[in-house]
Design a protein around this ligand. Structure first.
Ligand code: ADP
Ligand code: TRP
Length: 324
């Protein structure tokens, strides 16, 4: 049986290098290895965005970003979550086998409340909706960052409870966690983990002057020119390493240690790497952005494929539970 992979991305702003190396890149690579379902989690985003235009724009941006970066809609099934409303139906059914205690232990819920996000019922039951996303296509693997692993454990728990109550309908999905070195976090321009919430991002599709300004503002120490620099404690070097081949990395590290290069020059090298890596994707994105009809067509075609799967699952669920 072909293994199935599913992952979702919230449309919560522009994608940055952390998202790219921590998630998007793997998603795109996996489309060649398994049957993949990727979707834009706009139902989830309603827990934090209450601005119709912003939500629609963010959703479109994520769709353009993924397609420009190489997601092939003929290989992977790519859709907007809300175009598969069976997900909402399954969420209800799953909520009836979900323990309050399970949800009360959710770390990400607690963190969001601490950040000041309103404690809505939707925010509390967010993990049940996520379980429905995964189980509606009966996915086996879910590529996610470390922060989502608890949600995956909750999904396995919910699937297990359903299966024990009604007979086996769902596989218990496993997380697929990116390589340790990437999990070690892509640093932002201030050296903390790159994250939208810290305002320290380098956006994937930034270019020209704004990109140059961001790269030039990466925080470094104040070692004067001509003195040795430490590549192991440098945000510029860490970011450069994500793009560079082994020999390029070693060459830059040697120049750092020999005091042959200053931070300004290293930043220019980083910007050149970013431009070379994302240049072709930028052109593709511009092209796609000019053709909203094609974009909508791609998302609709993806939704159609996902809905066919979702309908099959719901048929099993309705029969198993006695709804039908
Ligand atoms: P943000 O922190 O900007 O809000 P998200 O939490 O929406 O980003 O991230 C979506 C996914 O992107 C995460 O689950 C994680 O896999 C990946 N990711 C985000 N930031 C980083 C980072 N700095 N380093 C590595 N991976 C990251
Ligand atoms: N909660 C995930 C995040 O914030 C997004 C998401 C929603 C997801 N549904 C999913 C990820 C299903 C994997 C599988 O990043």
């Amino acid at each position: 049986m072909t293994k199935r992979i599913l992952s979702g991305v919230q449309p919560s702003g522009k994608l940055h290098l952390g998202n790219y190396f921590g998630a998007v890149k793997q998603h795109i690579e996996l489309q060649h290895e398994a049957e993949c379902f990727y979707f834009i989690a706009n139902y989830h985003a309603l827990t934090t965005i209450q601005d119709a235009r912003l939500l629609a724009e963010n959703t479109r941006d994520v769709a353009l970003d993924y397609l420009a970066l190489g997601l092939d809609p003929d290989k992977a099934t790519f859709y907007r979550q809300s175009d598969v409303p069976e997900v909402a139906e399954l969420t209800w059914v799953l909520s009836t086998v979900t323990n309050m205690g399970l949800l009360e232990r959710a770390v990400s819920y607690k963190e969001k409340i601490e950040k000041g996000i309103e404690a809505s019922v939707g925010l509390f039951t967010y993990p049940v909706l996520m379980a429905a996303d995964i189980l509606i296509v009966r996915s086996h693997f879910v590529p996610v960052g470390k922060d989502q692993v608890q949600h995956l454990e909750m999904t396995a728990d919910i699937a297990g409870k359903f299966n024990r109550a009604y007979g086996v309908v769902f596989p218990e999905p496993q997380p697929l966690i990116p390589k340790a070195e990437i999990q070690a976090k892509v640093p932002g321009i201030d050296g903390q983990k790159m994250s939208k919430s810290y305002g320290n991002t380098i956006d994937i599709f930034a270019e020209g002057k704004p990109l140059e300004k961001t790269v030039m503002s990466i925080k470094t120490d104040s070692t004067p020119m001509g003195q040795p620099l430490d590549p192991d404690n440098c945000n510029v070097f860490a970011l450069y390493s994500l793009f560079a081949a082994e020999d390029e990395k070693n060459a830059l590290a040697a120049d750092y240690r020999a005091g042959k290069i200053g931070y300004g020059h290293a930043k220019k090298m980083l910007k050149a790497k970013i431009d070379a890596h994302f240049g072709p994707f930028r052109d593709k994105r511009r092209e796609l952005a000019q053709d909203p009809v094609t974009l909508e067509g791609i998302l609709q075609a993806g939704a159609k494929k996902a809905r066919a799967e979702a309908e099959m699952t719901m048929d099993l669920v309705r029969k198993a539970t006695g709804l039908k």
